[in-house]
Design a protein around this ligand. Structure first.
Ligand SMILES: Nc1ncnc2c1ncn2[C@@H]1O[C@H](COP(=O)(O)OP(=O)(O)OP(=O)(O)O)[C@@H](O)[C@H]1O
Ligand SMILES: [Mg+2]
Length: 300
């Protein structure tokens, strides 16, 4: 099935970014900056993740319907939208914490929604997740926190696990803090420790729910660099929920915008291209913080 996301009328042409927006790094698949590849077809090998005909609901309360998009393997994909529109809920659908009211989630060509419990567990093992609320165990040291998934899912020795924990913590700039407790480090360091834990099993897909919320701009920038590095060095596919416009413009290869008013996706594509090409006023307001008119409607 073709990616119905294109129906949102938001597939961008290749355009030069506006001066205020930082230059984009080359995307994960080696595409030149500013030129986005076409969206991958849902259920194709190029789509690491597929969201097909998804309706999300809590009981009779329908949050979003008709969500359709594929997430390209090795890309950084951002879920955007106003507070309470259902971003975290969409992430929860992707990792099986909430079941679709209709439709399905696919990994490559395989349906995650229809997979057996055992198969789902296998698939889940290739994911790393950091939740919006952070959630490190306060009674465990950083090293012990990172060790948890390794103890749960591997047969590695205690020594091997310790070595991996040191490596992952070093990767997020926390070398030397292995034996600290979460209460002994700053909020930004806790966020990074959460990322180290999500990376413990070298996941192929990483889900981050607002990883930079509450961080100062420099820590936030470092986190962006780390996410880019994960994509480029491990080839991971990264699904990111964030409101941080500088991050969105700096690192996103692709995105979807969830619109509370219409209860469906209002746009789909590279945010830098959406900024120039998307006519939806809600999307445009979001991408400009409500500060700017659409470029084509600006006085000359
Ligand atoms: N477990 C639940 N049961 C019922 N309703 C829920 C549940 N979780 C979330 N909701 C509702 O679903 C809506 C979307 O919530 P969600 O947390 O997905 O939004 P969000 O876009 O992530 O918001 P934010 O930007 O504030 O994090 C909200 O109205 C929320 O009250
Ligand atoms: Mg949320």
């Amino acid at each position: 099935m073709a990616d119905a996301g294109s129906g949102a009328g938001a597939e961008g042409r290749a355009v030069a970014p506006p001066a205020a927006i930082p230059a984009a790094p080359p995307s994960g698949d080696g595409t030149a900056a500013g030129v986005s590849p076409p969206p991958p077809e849902i259920g194709s090998p190029e789509a690491r993740i597929g969201v097909r005909d998804l309706t999300m609901a809590y009981g009779s309360f329908v949050l979003m319907r008709d969500l359709n998009f594929g997430i390209r393997r090795g890309s950084i994909f951002v879920i955007m939208g106003g507070s309470g529109c259902g971003k975290t809920t969409l992430l929860k659908h992707m990792i099986g914490l909430v079941e679709p009211a209709r439709g399905e989630i696919l990994y490559g060509e395989e349906s995650f929604t229809r997979a057996s419990g055992e198969r789902r567990q296998e698939l889940l093992r290739s994911f790393g997740v950091t939740y919006q609320q952070g959630a490190l165990w306060s009674s465990k040291t950083l090293s012990e926190n990172v060790a948890l998934p390794l103890e749960q899912y591997t047969d590695l020795s205690a020594r091997e696990i310790r070595e991996i924990c040191e490596l992952k913590l070093a990767l997020v700039g926390l070398k030397g803090f292995e034996d600290y407790y979460p209460s002994q480090i700053s909020g930004g360091m806790r966020k990074r420790a959460g990322l180290a834990r999500a990376m413990a099993l070298d996941p192929d897909v990483l889900f981050f729910d607002e990883p930079s919320a509450g961080l100062d701009p420099i820590s936030s920038h470092l986190l962006d660099e780390l996410i880019l590095e994960l994509r480029d060095s491990l080839g991971s596919t990264v699904v990111l929920v964030t409101h941080e416009l500088p991050s969105i413009f700096a690192i996103a290869d692709d995105s979807v915008f969830l619109d509370t008013a219409t209860r469906t996706m209002a746009a789909r594509g590279n945010p830098r291209e959406l900024l120039r090409n998307c006519d939806d006023p809600t999307v445009h307001r979001f991408l400009t913080r409500g500060a700017e008119e659409h470029p084509e409607r600006r006085p000359a």
